[in-house]
Design a protein around this ligand. Sequence first.
Ligand code: SF4
Length: 435
Amino acid sequence: MSSVNTAIQLITREQAAATAGGAAANTCSPALARGPWDFDLAEALAGTPAYGPGASAADVAPASTPRQGQLPEEYKLASDAELDARIRAAKAALGDRAVVLGHFYQRDEVIQYADFVGDSFQLANAALTRPDAEAIIFCGVHFMAETADILSRPDQAVILPNLAAGCSMADMADIDSVTECWEQLAEVFGTEPDADGRVPVIPVTYMNSSAALKGFCGEHGGIVCTSSNAATVLEWAFERGQRVLFFPDQHLGRNTAKAMGVPLDRMPMWNPRKDFGGNDEQTLRDSRVILWHGFCSVHKRFNVGQIEKARAQFPGVNVIVHPECPMEVVDAADSAGSTDFIKKAIAAATEPTTFAIGTEINMVNRLAAEYPQHTIFCLDPVICPCSTMYRIHPGYLAWVLEALVRGEVVNRITVDDGVAAPAKVALERMLAARP
Ligand code: SF4
């Protein structure tokens, strides 16, 4: 199976239909075929940040979104073969002094150089196994590099090859809006614990959030969760609090709490643009989980119609989706779980099986290549990768690696100690939480 990038190039050049699981394939944006530096430049000229083409293209990037400066021309003009030779030479010259991490959703053209491939938390932990590394090159998105910086030694430099690789979901909850929400909730609930010693609200942030929000949780008795341990973390929070404020992903919060038996009418949504999130006080008082109005535009693309079509086309198909998908999609699937869950479910299948997967296309295609005995395809027939992951291209990787060989650190991501310390507390609470 060709890479996502190759498929997009083909579709764009020839306007020909590629195939995914027997369905006609298309791409959500022909602009994906261009070098990401075009978008760095366009954003600089326009003076406004954007997420670029792909699933998050329509999301509004906040003004504080980091911008990538212009990539030197030599990296834009280099052929694939030249970049390959330069990346391999730079990696060889650096040896154990640098470790390259690749997220599951990263394009194949970059993943081939990764020393570790995994989800954001697996990768941050993988970096800890390489204490000799002076540089950790994170081929993922901004919040992942921040987490790696929080968990790594101060003398290790965490590098994000393209600073424009943010995360539109993480950007949907910012520290000012969450602080304002917290103050409004205190007006409604006060701050005193109940007779059982449970405080009015425990803040829970998904790993896919800024370091500032992880720090907020650390400072306010809260905790971080991943899509693998969200139920365990919610149990931890319910033991200590009467209710949870969950940000930024409404879908992970709703899907997890619903599976734990929390009724939907006790999960109001908090819209940060409205007073009290758009809720009346009684609704907030009755709540068990207050859901932030955030979502992932990659996983929002999946719908029940796609599942029905897959079931009609492939009777007996096993549909597995990520819990960042909307609730009705999770309900219609055979199972839902993190990227690690999806990987393990496929690895555990002993008989040839047809799997329809609801998560990012780069990971789905890689699983299809890894397990040729199974038929594995993405539920969404339109090739639409995560916009921000796609901002990293081998040209940026070559640039940061060759700079390191010259003794220069470019695109370093650092989290201030005042934020990193409480954020680490919230991460450590997560690690200590047990089912
Ligand atoms: S897939 Fe969604 S949550 Fe993950 S980095 Fe992309 S936008 Fe963010």
